[in-house]
Design a binder for this molecule. Structure first.
Ligand SMILES: NC(=O)c1ccc[n+]([C@@H]2O[C@H](COP(=O)([O-])OP(=O)(O)OC[C@H]3O[C@@H](n4cnc5c(N)ncnc54)[C@H](OP(=O)(O)O)[C@@H]3O)[C@@H](O)[C@H]2O)c1
Length: 299
């Protein structure tokens, strides 16, 4: 079974053979050429806007001098400028940009798009649930759109994001989205019909994992560990297990088998999880969240 992310074949073979895998990072490689000459205008410089721009600048994908931002909150705009080195504009129409990163809350998006200059070439939107058709109906004539679904771990550079192209978006537009989102985590391009599924999995998924971490820490406390240590150990265990899956490319079932020795502690714990329907609970949680995204008008 091959993973959908880049892995070293040497590593996969070694790990599958039961040897200690060497960890390597599989990340989107920044290609500054994609953003050469781009003038990026950030509409809404809050949590997601600043995380994406900080990531893109840190990775070398774009230079601070190519970015300008605006935000209705003066303090938010100032914090963005201080963190990124980008310039600030008084409003959307004054942004020195051809590409716009729409990072307002969804209910502010219509007003923001109505203020775009007629010369706008591309809008990359991270606003949850706003479809490419909805965006295309509100951007100036000839302006292309890309719709993204990032998740909150992007704020700490560990995001999992998907994007889809609007009807006229080009390969270069997709590269720009890949570069921006890839600077704060991993990114995949998917058809728009799958964006609600993405919302159910990586969009809502952090909350499912937080509950898992909290519950594992409770288990540790029940077994006698101090609360703070239990929480740290539980969170790092999830981080480490995720890195094993992403960095080795070995299927999680095989990794699970590697640590469940006959008659041992891990298989005893696994039997409890199966008894309580953990597997079905996660499947249903993701599916339910995806269905809810559709109900809310996702795509
Ligand atoms: N945070 C995440 O992890 C996450 C994950 C997935 C998707 N997203 C998406 O990312 C978008 C932004 O989320 P966020 O958490 O970054 O929100 P945020 O921190 O509230 O930032 C949004 C900023 O946009 C400003 N704004 C509103 N209208 C504006 C306008 N016309 N021109 C300029 N600035 C304007 C807001 O100012 P006011 O406070 O004055 O309104 C606010 O400072 C949302 O659409 C959300 O669906 C976020």
């Amino acid at each position: 079974m091959s993973p959908d992310f880049p892995v070293s074949s040497k590593m996969t073979a070694r790990a599958a053979g039961g040897m200690q895998p060497k960890i390597t990072l599989a990340r989107c490689t920044p290609d500054a050429l994609v953003c050469r000459g781009m003038k990026l205008g950030v509409i809404g410089c809050g949590k997601m806007g600043s995380a994406l721009v900080e990531g893109a600048i840190r990775s070398g994908a774009i230079g601070a001098s190519q970015v300008s931002g605006c935000d209705t909150h003066r303090a938010t705009a100032d914090a963005f400028a201080a963190a990124t080195g980008a310039t600030l504009a008084a409003d959307i129409a004054s942004l020195d940009a051809d590409t716009f990163l729409l990072c307002t809350k969804p209910h502010h998006a219509a007003a923001a798009l109505a203020a775009l200059p007629p010369t706008a070439g591309l809008v990359i939107s991270v606003a949850a649930g706003l479809t490419t058709a909805w965006l295309e109906a509100r951007v100036p004539a000839g302006c292309r759109v890309i719709r993204c679904m990032p998740n909150t771990p992007a704020l700490v550079g560990k995001g999992a994001a998907a994007f889809c192209r609007g009807s006229s978006a080009t390969e270069a537009d997709a590269d720009a989205a890949r570069l921006l989102l890839g600077s704060v985590g991993i990114v995949v391009e998917l058809p728009e019909s799958l964006m609600d599924a993405v919302t159910g999995l990586s969009g809502s998924g952090p909350a499912f994992v937080y509950i898992m971490i909290e519950a594992m820490a409770d288990g540790g406390v029940r077994a006698g560990l101090p609360r703070a240590d239990a929480l740290k150990l539980a969170a790092q265990t999830v981080l480490g297990a995720a890195a094993m899956v992403l960095d080795t490319g070995v299927h999680p079932a095989a990794l699970k088998d590697m640590v469940a020795s006959p008659g041992g502690t891990t298989i005893a714990g696994l039997a409890e999880l199966e008894k309580h329907g953990m597997r079905a609970a996660f499947i249903e949680a993701v599916h339910s969240a995806a269905r809810r995204a559709t109900e809310l008008g996702g795509s």
